[in-house]
Design a protein around this ligand. Structure first.
Ligand code: PMP
Length: 396
């Protein structure tokens, strides 16, 4: 700002920035999660069960690939849709795991800045102001906020108490403005995994009503043995190619900060998303794109098995005390403290924080305030200590 513009006697006094902020930005309320972070920041060495990312390091072949890319001066822009080596790796993976053959006249892929980038581009490419998208409640925190960002109306589908977003629960919410159904399995914050039977009904419903199905599968590899079907992760992509598949690398390989995901689906839609990416993100981070080329060859089964054991520790700890929908994947549990305590989810979280345990109130992920989210992506000993305190609080 120049001296002239800030002078108090200027003929056009500078507008107060507050009055210039858009309704879009103002309508986004980040206070719930911020309050938890503020409370958490005051704790010394908390038992932190609030973290939404894995606790293992990035596999060495991926580190080597990223470092090699920097060393080879591959630091510039990439093509908007992502580097060909990564597209080839993604297509080999999709062909092997869901039978999609591409790229083709019908199917395309785009590499995005995180799974978040793919979701934002999908909303911008499909939804006009006033259009509706149906998303689960409880939800990943970004979903409702994509409403104000895109101008669309996010209609939430109440999935309490079992957290299954079924066709039966979705259908009554469909109007003539509904263009998209967004599902998330395994889910954040509940870890619930939908069955192929449930997914088939959702695919049929969307096809019958001419609605785009978007499947956020960021936790696909974190599906536990008891939720797999014939050894495979249940996905609607095995039932139809007429949908948008959204996946990420951050959670699977412990590289959330690399900001990398991808979307696959109808070529026309992918092309529209690429156009929007060109004039917003430009491309996904180049170094990260090179870094994840070897990702699909990395075996993370040992990590998934360890998380499954931690999931079992959580279920065992709360058995007979609190209500927990059995997580079939991801690394979260959504827990309802006993009604006899007479506490909201938020009030219970405050008590936990007083005992140095950091968890997140369910209302950050929901219109209801009855549960809390616990992440078990932490070492066994820390998890055991945290569970002991939480159960003790429930018995008080
Ligand atoms: N979807 C879900 C369900 C998530 O839990 C997250 C991250 N917590 C994202 C999308 C966003 O992931 P990314 O870091 O790849 O943008």
């Amino acid at each position: 700002m120049t001296g002239q513009a800030t002078a108090s006697n200027a003929s056009n006094p500078p507008a107060a920035i507050d009055s210039l902020i858009s309704r879009r930005a103002r309508s986004i309320d980040a206070s719930g999660i911020r309050r938890v972070f503020d409370l958490g920041a005051k704790l010394k060495n908390p038992i932190n069960l609030s973290i939404g990312q894995p606790d293992f390091p990035v596999p060495q072949p991926m580190k080597d690939a990223a470092i090699a890319a920097i060393g080879a001066d591959r630091n510039g822009y990439t093509v908007t849709q992502g580097i060909p080596e990564l597209h080839d790796a993604v297509w080999r993976h999709l062909a092997r795991t869901i039978g999609w053959k591409g790229p083709s006249n019908d199917l395309g892929t785009i590499v995005t800045s995180g799974t978040s980038g793919a979701l934002l581009l999908a909303f911008l490419a499909v939804l006009d102001p006033g259009d509706e998208v149906i998303a689960p409640d409880p939800y990943f925190v970004m979903y409702p906020q994509l409403g104000p960002v895109s101008g669309a109306r996010v209609v939430t589908c109440d999935t309490y108490p079992d957290f299954r977003m079924t066709a039966e629960r979705i259908e009554p919410l469909i109007t003539d403005r509904t263009k998209m159904v967004l599902i998330n399995s395994p889910s954040n914050p509940c870890g619930v995994v939908l069955t192929t039977g449930e997914l088939r009904e959702i695919v049929d419903l969307c096809e019958r009503r001419g609605i785009l199905l978007v499947s956020d599968e960021i936790y696909d590899e974190f599906t536990y043995s008891d939720a797999l079907e014939e050894g495979r992760f249940p996905t609607p992509a095995r039932l139809t190619e007429n949908m948008l598949l959204v996946r990420g690398f951050g959670k699977t390989y412990g590289c959330t900060g690399w900001r990398l995901g991808y979307a696959a689906g109808p070529r026309t839609l992918i092309q529209e998303m690429a156009k929007l990416q060109q004039y917003t993100f430009v491309c996904a981070p180049s170094i990260a794109q090179h870094g994840v080329v070897p990702a699909f060859d990395v075996d993370i089964h040992a990590y998934v098995a360890a998380y499954q054991q931690r999931r079992d520790m959580v279920l065992d700890a709360f058995a007979g005390t609190a209500e927990v929908a059995r997580p079939g994947g991801a690394f979260y549990a959504f827990v309802r403290p006993p009604a006899s305590l007479g506490l909201t989810g938020s009030a219970f979280v405050e008590r936990a924080i007083e005992r140095n345990v950091l968890i997140i109130p369910g209302k950050v992920f929901s219109h209801r305030d009855t549960h809390f989210r616990l992440s078990y992506a932490v070492p066994d000993a820390m998890l055991a200590d945290g569970l002991e305190i939480l159960v003790d609080l429930m018995r008080a």
